[in-house]
Write a protein that binds this ligand. Structure first.
Ligand code: KG4
Ligand code: ZN
Length: 342
């Protein structure tokens, strides 16, 4: 049994988790001891998006309180708690450089002081492995074999990528956005409509009372494998404002939110179906901040039954909602598996 401390600071959440992990002949078995996330949403709200320098400073302020709380199940004294840890997993990339450095520095210093190995993890791997996690502190298993190939759609504020994993942590990108990420499109459309940051949850709320067929919006790179959301964002902008005079137009807010959300969902599903047909995955994952959206989760659940030509339907995994957005559990899982495979 190994104990892992995991640190995630790639954007605007200071997240630290402690996990126990054991490898058996057929699977990795995880138990979550703590999962602490300090969100900076209130700091960034007034800027309408993440302000990178403020994000780094907020990580610095949150780090010790979050570390203290996350390590408390091991011992109430940080020093005694960290002595019990076997390794430290930390997000290395991609993300905001100043934010990443806060987590990396913390991991490096703790690693040097307590003589613990530091495992660097890619942020997207954290999102992928979050999909295997159970709700709350329930233990969960991840099979060593039998789940590959995995096709993972990671949809967040910074990424919209389809990744094909042939074995644990061995993967390639099969499609990605050529411009905005899906979460970025939610945030920008929310801003156009005067809604606060982050836009995704706000649009989801507003869309509940709307008619999703009221506005006909475009799917970027229609019927192609890659994603594009900038045309959709511009279409929304021109519905709200005349592009030549700049005058505000009248529109139904709930209908526009619902039509936008439906079009993002149609786009994600169209591209996923193309890849499912091509790669015939055994497991299909939806993860990243946008996967917290209930409408998109529900639509995605039906993808597999409509897309394969043979009888083998992929198993669909979506993280519990609180692990769709940035968290350290997924980073700890990816770090632990990486450690076992060294
Ligand atoms: O994964 P994440 O926490 O951070 C990044 O790695 O970017 O994703 C944040 C993104 C934001 O763009 C946010 O608007 C979006 O996820 N998001 C949502 C929802 N909750 C968060 N988008 C749509 N519907 C939601 N309910
Ligand atoms: Zn993320």
């Amino acid at each position: 049994m190994q104990t892992i401390l995991a640190i995630e600071t790639s954007c605007d959440e200071t997240a630290i988790a402690v996990l126990k992990v054991k490898k058996t002949v057929s699977n990795y078995q995880f138990e979550v001891l703590s999962n602490v996330v300090a969100s900076q949403i209130d700091i960034h709200k007034k800027w309408g998006g993440v302000y990178p320098e403020l994000a780094s400073r907020a990580h610095l302020e949150a780090m010790i309180p979050v570390l203290t709380e996350a390590t408390r199940p091991l011992d109430k004294e940080i020093k005694k708690a960290i002595e019990q840890i076997d390794s430290i997993a930390v997000t290395k990339e991609p993300g905001l450089i100043g934010s990443l450095l806060m987590g990396m520095e913390t991991a490096q210093i703790l690693g040097a002081m307590f003589n613990k190995p530091v495992i660097n993890v890619n942020h997207l791997e954290g999102h992928i492995y979050s999909a295997f996690c159970a709700i709350g502190k329930k233990p969960f298993n991840i099979a060593i074999n039998d789940i590959f190939p995995i096709l993972a759609l990671v949809v967040s504020g910074g990424h919209t990528s389809l990744l094909l994993m042939q074995d644990h942590l061995k993967y390639k990108t099969v499609a990605k956005t050529i411009d905005d990420a899906a979460g970025e499109a939610f945030d920008k459309v929310a801003r156009i409509m005067g809604l606060p940051y982050p836009g995704g949850p706000e649009i989801e709320k507003l869309a509940k009372g709307g008619n999703e067929n009221a506005y006909n919006l475009p799917i970027g790179l229609d019927h192609k494998q890659d994603f594009s959301f900038s045309g959709l964002k511009t279409a929304v902008l021109y519905l709200t404002k005349d592009p030549t005079t700049g005058k505000q137009r009248k529109y139904n807010r709930a209908d526009l939110a619902a039509s936008f959300q439906k079009t993002v969902s149609d786009t994600l599903i169209q591209k996923t179906k193309i890849a499912v047909r091509k790669y015939e995955p055994k497991t299909l994952i939806l993860s990243g901040g946008v996967s917290a959206n209930s409408y998109i989760r529900d639509r995605f659940q039906n993808v597999s039954s409509q897309s394969t030509t043979n009888n083998r339907l992929p198993t669909i995994l979506i993280p519990p909602k609180h692990l769709s957005t940035d968290n350290a559990i997924g980073i700890g899982v990816a770090g632990a598996i990486n450690n076992f495979n060294k």
